[in-house]
Design a protein around this ligand. Structure first.
Ligand SMILES: [Zn+2]
Ligand SMILES: [Zn+2]
Length: 98
């Protein structure tokens, strides 16, 4: 459908358009309908839940005995990696040398 600038409906007459409301010819205005709403991208960052395995380890700061753990090769490759622990409750982080 085509609409006049006045808002009236344009009716095709031959190869022209005539407004039903104001009677003017032509000046058709395309009415764009935006159907797609802008999609919101929600990025959820969960700092409190690191994607790390959990092992039974006594936290030194609280009574919790569950800790995330990961290994980091700190020095040269022939030295054993350092085991890091982070308490699942109080987030206390410590390391232990193997
Ligand atoms: Zn009109
Ligand atoms: Zn703790």
């Amino acid at each position: 459908m085509q609409f006049c600038k006045c808002g009236g409906l344009l009716v095709a007459e031959g190869n022209k358009f005539v407004c039903r409301t104001c009677g003017k010819e032509g000046d058709k205005v395309d009415v764009k309908i935006t159907s797609k709403a802008s999609q919101k991208e929600t990025v959820v960052i969960e700092n409190n839940k690191p994607d790390l395995p959990v092992m039974k380890r006594q936290c030194k700061k609280c009574e919790n005995d569950q800790a995330y753990y990961w290994l980091i090769q700190t020095r040269s490759a022939d030295e054993p990696p350092t085991q890091f622990f982070r308490c699942t409750v109080c987030k206390h982080t410590w390391r232990e040398y193997k």
